[in-house]
Design a binder for this molecule. Sequence first.
Ligand code: PLP
Ligand code: TYF
Length: 394
Amino acid sequence: MFESLPVAKADPILSLTVAFRQDTRPNKVDLGIGVYRDALGKTPIMKSVSAAQEYLFAQQESKGYVGLAGNESFNIAMQTLLLNNTNAMARAATIQTPGASGGLRLLADLIKQAKPNATVWLSDPSYVNHHPIMEAAGLNVAYYPYFDAQTKQVKEQAMLECLAGLGSDDVVLLHGCCHNPTGADLSKQAWQQIAQLAPKCGFLPFIDIAYQGFGDGLDEDAYGLRLLSEVCDEMLITASCSKNFGLYRERTGMACVISPSIEQAQNAKANLMSLSRKTYTMPPDWGAACVAHILGTERLTANWREELDVMNQRILSLRTTLRDALNQATNSNRFDYIALHKGMFSVTGLTPKQIDCLRDDHAIYMVGDGRMNIAGLLEADVQQVVEAFVAVGA
Ligand code: PLP
Ligand code: TYF
């Protein structure tokens, strides 16, 4: 039966992780997959998460099923973290999902059900899984201009001109903050313009926010989505707890629908529950239970915010150290962009050939599109990375 299957396409990032693990060179440096590492090179369990786990170990009395929507305390807490006190809270409904990946797929399925001919517009470039997930849901996919390879910033004018030509059959997928892969985020002015265009043109904003708290702060990073939620009748959001709670493998995320009325939002949620039932039935509990406990306990919320802050400071400091070292080594200012980008990643503009050379000759692993995970860098590796960049002519 299966002999006719095509050869499966490997995930370019996950396969890089496998290759890195197999590399026996002692000086190897992993700047590939988007995980945060501390000064010791570990991806730690956050202390607030450990405290929540201990609480759950002591308190949880059953492993009985939770339900199709997952943990409702988690759903409300996450919705509040995203929307805070915006009026959209009163017309929003949320379901727990297996990571933002699960949220992306469920929301894509929901779009397909409601509007089978819809086109989802992605930033050029976007997260590696956006296109495959939208396509697997049967949706048309198109790209809006986004990254300017010269300036390493967002081509806001070209992007806005493209969005101005869209209409009610279009869905615009926007990264809430800390753009993956480029690190280049929209300015507040650009968000304000999108907030004018969306209701006027009728396209549906679909926000993917996987790094809330890794840019300018938890509230600042939600600026764009909160602004849009105030002016748009309808909007979709998926959020991830992989990075900001360090819960990667626990598959913790959510999908939220904002509608003109709470009744419509609840109906959209019921449809999401029916879609999840047909796909995996229920999301895994543990990560969401931890997040619900942290966000429901003032002291733990404060601890978690402090830990997030420490992670952020570390990434910011690595960004300035790397910028200064590269600028100095090349006697230029062409690496200034590294400190201007937000979140874990920067797209460097290195060619596939240079990326191959970094891996083969210098044991430095980066994604083929030139993306560097700065959150994976160790201070001790900065010099090696700088020398290798110079050697490949970066
Ligand atoms: N969306 C973006 C933009 C991402 O970078 C990621 C990365 O992991 C995801 C979604 C998926 O996150 P999760 O681990 O929650 O499925
Ligand atoms: O972009 C990244 O590195 C993260 C992790 O199939 C990731 O978003 C990478 C590939 C993938 C799933 C998650």
